[in-house]
Design a protein around this ligand. Structure first.
Ligand SMILES: [Zn+2]
Ligand SMILES: [Zn+2]
Length: 283
């Protein structure tokens, strides 16, 4: 049993070893090069594990596989694919330049603010990968936000707000019957009537905490469900706010677009955030 679990690799580790994106790891799996050997169950989803031996043998075949992928793509799209690839390379290149410029600009800030902004930059990218389907990454997002809440405050550039939302209502059998009679879905009926005193109400289900990190012209915004973040925020004064802004990253005041976000490698993102957790614990 121990042998089966040892030498298993996560998607991020496979990305690093093979130099591919998470999407390409799935492609390798669907094309039969890699098998999912096991799962780690997280609250937010399953993290697939791959065999280290298999990854090693795929690593040796990688140049051949990449040539075939490129061949298939250019056969499909001809000259347009070459042009798209060139544009993608250029956009990758400029994204990297902007990243370097941003990380350099952080040297101007006090140490804690600089640390907070750097972690926020990588957290933005983590969030991007999590939304794109790598949902197990939300566990790392929660750890990072919890440490931010514990170790940083508004002087460092972190503001936290409570944004109240409605409870989730599970209709009682009586109300479900009424909904059916009125030809409404349960959700519709619950929203319309708010249920009755027998219905189950999950308070704060749609409430959230908004984390806003600001330093100079840089700005980031993240959300965490109220039921999750409440426990980290005990004893901290959190002002209430009506409505929320979207999650996003604005280094130099300019939004990072989804296409650019993928240019920062997932393995780098995970490494940086784990390093942040280590450094921040010591503060
Ligand atoms: Zn009732
Ligand atoms: Zn009811």
């Amino acid at each position: 049993m121990a042998d089966a679990v040892r030498n298993l690799l996560t998607t991020a580790q496979v990305c690093r070893i093979l130099g591919v994106t998470p999407h390409e790891v799935y492609r390798l799996a669907t094309e039969g090069y890699l098998e999912v050997k096991n799962f780690i169950r997280y609250k937010h989803g399953d993290l697939p594990l791959f065999s280290g031996d298999q990854v090693e043998s795929v690593r040796r075949q990688m140049p051949k596989i990449l040539r075939r992928w490129e061949g298939e793509e250019s056969a499909r799209k001809g000259a347009q694919a070459a042009w798209t690839r060139l544009k993608r390379w250029r956009s990758c290149y400029y994204t990297r330049l902007r990243k370097e410029k941003f990380l350099q600009a952080l040297e101007e800030f006090p140490e804690k603010t600089s640390l907070l902004l750097r972690a926020s930059y990588y957290l933005y990218h983590l969030n991007h990968y999590a939304k794109a389907g790598e949902s197990y990454l939300y566990d790392l997002k929660e750890k990072v936000l919890a440490v931010m809440a514990a170790k940083f405050d508004s002087e460092d550039g972190l503001k936290i707000f409570f944004v109240p939302g409605p409870p989730r209502i599970r209709l009682c059998s009586e109300c479900r019957r009424r909904a059916r009679r009125e030809k409404k879905s349960y959700l519709e009926y619950a929203n319309l009537t708010g249920g009755c005193s027998h219905c189950q109400k999950d308070e704060d289900y749609y409430s959230l905490y908004e984390f806003v990190v600001e330093g100079g012209e840089h700005r980031f915004c993240f959300h965490s469900p109220a039921q999750v973040a409440r426990k980290w925020l005990k004893g901290r004064q959190v002002p209430e706010k009506e409505g929320y802004e979207r999650e996003g990253g604005y280094p130099f005041g300019r939004r990072i677009y989804p296409g650019e976000a993928a240019a920062i490698n997932l393995a780098e993102v995970v490494d940086e955030l784990e390093e942040f957790l280590r450094v921040a614990e010591e503060l």
